[in-house]
Structures are given as C-alpha cells and as structure tokens.
Design a protein around this ligand. Structure first.
Ligand code: CO8
Length: 257
C-alpha cells in the first residue's frame, strides 16, 4: 500500500515504518496519524510480522505535532473532537514496537517515541518537550510518560524550560534503552526487532502486557497479573517446544507468531 507520509517495508518478520515528511522535519499532522493507524493495523493483521520498528529520517524522528495545522484550532473544536486522542491507538499497539530515533524527537515526536516499547537512539538524537515555548503543554502523553520514564525532577526541567537533551543524557535518565552510532541505528533496531520476532508471539505480547501493567497498578496486583499470565503460557505449544529444545540442546521451532 502506498502512503503519502510513510514508507513501510518488511524485513523478514519485522515491519519497518518510516515517517516521511522531510519538508516539515516529520511534523505529525492528521495524515501521519491516520496513515500510521492504517500501517499498524495492517502489520498487526499480518501473522508473518512479529515486531515493528518506527523511525524517521537522519535529521528528525519527528519535530512535534504539526504547528501549522494546529495554530488555528480553537478550544471547542479541540474539545469536541478530543484532539490527539487518536494517538491512543498507536500507544496501544499489541505487537512490540521499537522507536529508532535519530535527530529531533520533540514535543509530539518525543511523545510518539515514548508510546513505543523502547527507544534506541543514535548519538545525534535530541529529545525535548518544547510546547511551553508555544504557550501550550504536552498533549500526547508527555507530562505522564516522560515523568514515569525519567522522574519528576528531569521531567519538570524539560517541560518547564523547553530545553532539549542529547542522547547521552536521555540514556542516563532512563528514557532511552541504547545509544548507537548514527550509521548503525537502523541495523541495531532491526536486529533487536528480529530477535524479538523470533520468539513465541503470545509470550512476547504477554511480556509486554505485564511490563506495561507496572505503570497502571499496585505492586501486589501487578505481581498477581504477571503470575496469571505466566501460568497461561503453559497452555501454549511454544512453551513445550521452548523447554524441550533447551533440554535437548537444540534450537526451538516456535509455531505462534
Ligand atoms: N510543525 C510544523 N512544521 C515544522 C515543525 C512542526 N512541529 N517543526 C519544523 N517544521 C518545519 C519548519 O516550519 C520548516 O518549514 P519551512 O521550511 O516551510 O519554513 C521546516 O520544518 C524546517 O524547520 P526549520 O527551518 O525550523 O529547521 P531548523 O533545523 O532550523 O530547526 C527545529 C529545527 C529546532 C526542530 C525547529 O524546526 C523547531 O523548533 N521546530 C518546532 C519544535 C516544536 O516546538 N515542537 C513541538 C510542537 S507542539 C507539540 O508537539 C504538541 C502540542 C500539544 C498541544 C496539545 C493540544 C491539545
């Protein structure tokens, strides 16, 4: 399928989704959102795909929500149409999604990277929530996801001053899982996604669900939830195969993507 603002490829069992609006540093307009929803839906329906990499260009993962599209929005329209709520569908992707970030990940760009399961950043990456400079605040989850990722002190610093942080600071703060040289970014992200996609799909999805639950519930409830998911995996053929292969010292052949 041809998109106006995305390039979608498959690399083995990995779907690679590239935001492609170079003229606007990949600013996230309504077309990007609707096309991302279509691309994610297609990749989720495709049983051959076990993981997704979301990326942008070398210069920008995404420089934010599209300010030109947003500037004339008024309160009633924003409220009635629950502006930005559509991004929840991207955040709720069930297959694992890795953000491969190079260059600017600002405002909505940083927020979309944080909607992914983890971020691999190039040394050139710059993260920030500069909405305050436009007299608005993060509107796609930044105040919540950034605070959970890096803690109150750093989140307040970034959101109140609007400053950017580089890849090293983002890794130190826990926002980013790995930092790699710019020319290795895509290879590293695709390799990580391919590794995830080589495992049993239900186990991967449940692992993701269990980690995400940690942000929603008490420790006691989270531990119970994890244990129940763990129990349920013993109903899968892939659990039998994974453990039999370990014992027989051979490679497992998982059936479920
Ligand atoms: N929206 C629209 N266009 C953009 C955006 C953007 N976010 N960012 C860059 N562009 C465009 C520029 O306007 C420019 O277009 P043109 O060539 O037509 O003038 C082109 O991309 C290149 O940009 P620059 O010339 O500015 O490139 P530089 O390398 O000089 O600077 C920066 C790069 C520093 C990234 C700069 O472009 C910048 O500051 N961009 C805006 C960053 C920003 O403020 N992002 C946050 C946006 S707000 C948001 O994401 C969430 C809002 C939540 C609201 C909630 C409401 C419910």
């Amino acid at each position: 399928m041809a998109y106006e603002t995305l390039i979608v490829e498959t690399h083995g069992a990995v779907g690679l989704v590239r935001i492609n609006r170079p003229q606007a540093l990949n600013a996230l307009n309504s077309t990007v959102l609707s096309e991302l929803k279509q691309a994610y839906a297609a990749l989720h329906l495709d049983d051959a795909i076990g993981a997704i990499v979301l990326t942008g260009s070398e210069k920008a993962f995404a420089a934010g929500a599209d300010i030109k599209e947003m500037q004339s929005l008024d309160f009633v329209d924003a409220y009635k149409n629950d502006f930005f709520s559509g991004w929840a569908e991207i955040a709720n992707a069930r297959k694992p999604v890795i953000a491969a970030v190079s260059g600017f990940a600002l405002g909505g760009g940083c927020e979309v990277a944080m909607m992914c399961d983890f971020i691999i950043a190039s040394e050139t990456a710059k993260f920030g929530q500069p909405e305050i400079t436009l007299s608005v605040i993060p509107g796609m989850g930044g105040s919540q996801r950034l605070t959970r990722a890096v803690g109150k002190a750093k989140a307040m610093d970034l959101i109140l001053t609007g400053r950017m942080m580089d890849a090293a600071e983002a890794e130190r703060s826990g926002l980013v899982a790995r930092v790699v040289p710019a020319d290795k970014l895509l290879d590293e992200a695709l390799a990580a996604a391919a590794k995830i996609a080589s495992y049993s799909g239900p186990a991967v999805m449940m692992a993701k669900e269990a980690v995400n639950r940690a942000f929603e519930t008490t420790l006691e409830e989270g531990l119970r939830f994890e244990r129940r998911l763990f129990h349920s995996l013993f109903a899968t053929e892939d659990q039998k195969e994974g453990m039999a292969a370990f014992v027989a010292k051979r490679k497992p052949a998982f059936k479920n993507r």
